[in-house]
Design a binder for this molecule. Structure first.
Ligand SMILES: C[S@@+](CC[C@H](N)C(=O)[O-])C[C@H]1O[C@@H](n2cnc3c(N)ncnc32)[C@H](O)[C@@H]1O
Length: 370
């Protein structure tokens, strides 16, 4: 990586959500293309900061440092020592190295990581530490080693203002991409009748208000030698917000979930445009005003014996929406096609399955209900 030359910035996607992530990056002005596992953009360090601050759908943002051939550990060691580490890392900040090996003569990822770690420690004089926030990632594939630095640190779905989390919460990164796939552009009302900790509702309210997803958190790039605190502060404080006309609604039969949603919305700064109430799904009604988008991920019912109860729950959800949500479009996320169909909703659009936490989940969508 040369000082001022653009380099590759890789946006890691949730598997199956590369497409909407690429569309989001383009809409934010990045020249983005989809590649296996994510989205690639080219740029400099201010682009890295902006990607972390503005992009809702990336799991993390990784900056490429160097690429070289390494067929054995001594070659890896030699090349790793030639990398200009001082340009990226600070001598006084601890770091760690993670390595993966695929189709390569070097097959022991632990040994590869150790070699690189030692090379950095000796060449730069920085200390390796298992719990360091700064993480160098080495991917060795077909004997080519690609060295990158993770610029995000904690995963990006942690927006920094959610303390209360319900059971099986949806990740904010995924919620934002599912909303995008439902055609949400910030102008339509959104309602989640099984809102848990309120992820969809809060994410939609933030999008509508043009609030930057990374506005309230810390990033690993703040520890790097390339960090410019003045330029970063200017970028972060360039936040302009919109007062949306639409409102965002969540309900759940669990009083604790409703309390959590309210607290999370308060911390995110969107409580004035969100409404949460305790309500069972069969009692949900459409709010007054123009129709919008219902987005929901009901329980999946993974325990044995749950299925009949789940089928009844999904059927009730479908009947309620068909009876009371004329003109609204529905997005439903589940891991079981038979449960989606038990709703009786006229799904015509299905997105690519998404892999998350060992599950294969799918977004089922309808056009405006009759
Ligand atoms: C998978 S969680 C949703 C998680 C949520 N999207 C989030 O990000 O936190 C399913 C939610 O459905 C709620 N629920 C289950 N049965 C319900 C019913 N009959 N009426 C309303 N909510 C129900 C549960 O309390 C739970 O919060």
């Amino acid at each position: 990586m040369m000082a001022d030359e653009p380099f590759e910035i890789f946006l890691v996607a949730t598997p199956g959500l590369e497409g909407p992530l690429c569309a989001e990056a383009r809409a934010l002005g990045f020249k983005a293309k989809t590649v296996p596992g994510g989205v690639s953009i080219k740029g400099g360090w201010p682009d890295v900061w902006r990607a972390n601050l503005d992009i809702r759908g990336a799991t993390r943002v990784v900056a490429r440092i160097d690429t070289f051939r390494a067929q054995h550990l001594s070659q890896l060691d030699k090349r790793a020592r030639q990398v200009d580490w001082a340009k990226v890392l600070r001598r006084n900040r601890p770091f760690r190295v993670e390595a993966t090996c695929k189709h390569s003569k070097i097959y022991h990822s632990g040994a590869a990581a150790e070699r690189i770690e030692r090379a950095i420690a000796e060449e730069l004089g920085a200390n390796a530490s298992e719990d360091a926030e700064v993480c160098i990632k080495a991917r060795i594939e077909n004997d080519i080693c690609t060295v990158s630095v993770d610029t995000s640190g904690e995963l990006l779905h942690k927006r920094g203002h959610k303390q209360a989390v319900a059971k099986a919460p949806m990740r904010e990164t995924m919620a934002a991409m599912f909303l995008r796939q439902c055609g949400f552009d910030g102008t339509q009302p959104v309602l989640d009748p099984m809102c848990g900790s309120g992820t969809f509702v809060i994410e939609a309210a933030e999008i509508a208000s043009d609030l930057k997803p990374g506005r309230a958190r810390h990033f690993a790039f703040e520890q790097l030698a390339t960090f410019d605190p003045v330029a970063w502060e200017k970028l972060r404080s360039s936040q302009t917000t919109i007062i949306p006309t639409a409102r965002f609604y969540g309900s759940d039969r669990d009083a604790g979930a409703v309390r959590m949603s309210r607290a999370n919305a308060e911390r995110a700064g969107v409580s004035a445009i969100t409404e949460f109430k305790e309500c069972s799904v069969e009692d949900v009604t459409a709010p007054e005003g123009p129709p919008g988008i219902v987005i929901v991920n009901p329980p999946y019912g993974d325990r044995i014996g749950d299925k009949p109860r789940m089928r009844t729950l999904y059927r009730t959800l479908g009947h309620t929406l068909l009876a009371r949500f004329s003109g609204w479009r529905i997005g439903l996320i589940t891991n079981d096609a038979s449960l989606a169909h038990a709703t009786g909703l006229p799904f015509s659009l299905t997105a690519e399955p998404v892999l998350h936490g060992g599950l294969r989940i799918t977004l089922y969508r309808t056009a405006a209900l009759p």
